[in-house]
Write a protein that binds this ligand. Structure first.
Ligand code: SAM
Length: 280
């Protein structure tokens, strides 16, 4: 029984890192004309109400995307522009604060070109229903099934290029192992694909087996970006990690410049590191 609902966390610092990586990768891939198959294995419900009860209960967006929005004049990396424009489109009346936040399928559909295809998987029944309702208008194919198994069934895609986001809630401890195993299988089916894997950085190091399995496995060219809260809670999630397999050339420098803008207590209160978990 799944209980995680992303509405409690939408727009937090981890979403800012994850969706910045997603939009930058996609825009860099789109420099070439050939079509891209985009897969979102754990999609959530696509659009989140930041004024709703769930968002207000945790206030996580306050220290994430609301902070980014409030400080947007200070962002120096030009690559923030795409995200800021999309946030503006989702919040036509927003002046000081944002009311709505797009989830990963909405970011993908926002930037997908006519020849690109977006497929979103979601297993939670009510999240799946909300996703299907939204997807009708957005031209996104929804599969209400296990995203890891579903992804493997769809690979290799019919389009010449592949972008995959793997973003589980890690509610079940075995998710860490399942993600590592699925990434290896997916990579063997489509070696040139770009894969983004999000993971929480936990105070108790629960994510380490995922990283160790990938560091020792066959997949090459895995870039690791981690952001950590300067003032973390005593337990639970203390940071957020993104792995990018086969990042477009130059992505590391451009993404590092974006994350530089989030450092320090007057911004999102984060520290950031980037390295190659596995080199070429
Ligand atoms: C962290 S949230 C996704 C957030 C979304 N990717 C975004 O960035 O806006 C994880 C989602 O995965 C769903 N989920 C959990 N297990 C799943 C599975 N095996 N297959 C597909 N979806 C799953 C959860 O219901 C939840 O909505």
């Amino acid at each position: 029984m799944l209980s995680y609902l992303h509405a409690f966390h939408a727009g937090n610092f981890a979403d800012v890192q994850k969706h910045a990586a997603l939009t930058l990768v996609l825009s860099m891939m789109q420099v070439k004309k050939s079509a891209i198959a985009c897969f979102d294995t754990h999609a959530g419900s696509a659009l989140y109400d930041l004024t709703g009860e769930r968002a207000r209960k945790t206030s996580e967006a306050e220290t994430g995307v609301q902070q980014l929005w409030a400080k947007k004049e200070l962002l120096r990396a030009p690559d923030w522009q795409l995200m800021l424009e999309a946030l503006s489109e989702h919040n036509p009346a927003a002046a000081g604060v944002l009311n709505r936040y797009p989830g990963s399928p909405a970011w993908l559909s926002c930037f997908a070109r006519p020849g690109d295809a977006v497929t979103a998987f979601e297993l939670h029944p009510s999240e799946g229903r909300a996703l299907e309702t939204w997807a009708d208008q957005a031209g996104v194919r929804v599969c209400c099934e296990d995203g890891l198994k579903g992804l493997l069934r769809h690979l290799p895609p019919t389009q010449p290029r592949l972008l995959t986001l793997i973003d589980p809630s890690y509610e079940i401890k075995s998710d860490y192992r399942a993600v590592a195993e699925t990434l290896v299988k997916a990579w063997k089916k489509c070696r040139h694909g770009v894969y983004l894997v999000w993971y929480p950085i936990m105070e108790n190091g629960l994510e380490k087996p995922l990283l160790e399995a990938l560091a020792e496995g066959p997949v090459r060219k895995i870039l690791r970006s981690e952001v950590r809260l300067e003032n973390p809670p005593g337990r639970g999630m203390v940071g957020s990690g993104m792995l990018v397999v086969n990042p477009p050339w130059g992505f590391d420098q451009r993404f590092a410049a974006m994350l530089d803008d989030l450092k320090g207590s007057d911004r999102l209160g984060l520290t950031a590191t980037m390295d190659w978990l596995v080199p070429e």
